[in-house]
Design a protein around this ligand. Sequence first.
Ligand code: HEM
Length: 441
Amino acid sequence: MQTPVDLAQQLTRWGFGQALPSLVFTSRARNGDLQGQVVKRTTRSQDLPLDLFDQIRAAGPFAVEKIAHTTARLDVVREVLASPDVAVGQFTPDQSPFVRAASWAARSAPVGPITPPSLLAVEPPDHTRMRKLVTRVFTVRAVERLRGRTEQIAGELLDEMERRRRAGQPVDLIESYAAPLPVTVICEILGVPQRHQADVLRFGNLAAPSLDFGLPLRRFRQVEGALREFEQWLTEHIERLRREPGDDLFSQLVAARDDDGQPLTDVELRSTAGLVLAAGFETTVNLIGNATALLDQHREQREALLAGDAQWSVAVDEALRHDPPVLLTARTTIRDTEIAGVPIRRNRPIVTLLAAANRDPEVFTDPDRFDVHRDNAADHISFSSGRHYCLGAALARMEGDVALRALRERYPGLRVDHERARRRNTRILRGYAALPVVLEP
Ligand code: HEM
């Protein structure tokens, strides 16, 4: 039962975390801030605002505006993300009333994918310790071992799609393939027993929007409710895995010890599982959908892939570069510093536009062209960079490779119904809500 204090704290969290940023961006966009306009434009249509990216890049290493320093240059984005002088989240060392209210409200917050102690919300030394342990389990070899199982899952989903095709039923690629594939793989990584998979899918679906911002209050409350339910389920799940470890990666993480013999705490384990689940729900699905739509628009490139004249792994990277699942990330300076030769004061937000850096003409020739033959496609920054570089990058690449290849091998003539395709209305996450396809063997 939610007490009046819990409710007040939840409303404060929503105000500071969702409503306020939305208001700030809207008002700054109205005042001509480029960064505010980027967020507004991408929310409305999800078409990348390439003209704004060019304007920001033309302003120098950073476009310096009221809200933030914003960068669209790949070298500068890398420098920001590697800097020891920046941190994830907001850094406000003084005890202003704002900070005091925010920490009061955080007391009753559920563990979420972007709140501490999530890897995405902590910095060294905690981040280093946690990340080292998670990396020990999440190795490239461990991911490669999942390839066979991923192929099997893709095959089963395609069989089901074929059944629908034969029955004359419409097929939405997101619902039938792009979403269930990564989610099933994540459930296996987390060692979710078959009988609990439907529950976990429900938590994931409800909680996943927590990776974005600007949620309406009702949705925010739903998200927090699902996070709480998931946390409760995880508490029991971790107990179960301690008693009877499986051969899944999460069982290994539960048992892992650092050099001092210390395991991850229960809340760190729950938070890591939550982040992995949310990432599985919200990002790889977009990669598969965005790449399918792009390949649909480029017949010769599709044919080159099917004929073996181009590599699927390059196509995956090129899709990640051209239409990235994550628009941007942000940091705050924790001391006065200088980045890319620009002095920046302490406590200043820096927005790194990943999607814009991927179109940096200094790095990518003819950057707006989608080209599966591009020899430096993998130089994109869609998985971020520096100490928060995506831990799931190898997994996402493997899943993208398997999913795209299996789909096109089964249906070389597949066509996307672009008229009826619908982009999502999220701000930072970019992908399709629906991608109706016509299946032709
Ligand atoms: C195409 C798919 C994916 C994309 C585009 C993507 C993108 C990203 C980005 C941009 C970040 C860093 C954000 C920042 O620097 O602020 C990140 C971090 C992370 N991602 Fe992914 N991700 C994907 C798939 C996955 C998957 C499948 C997993 C699950 C294993 C995953 C797990 C993580 C984790 C745990 C972090 C936090 C790392 C840290 O802070 O140290 N990601 N991802």
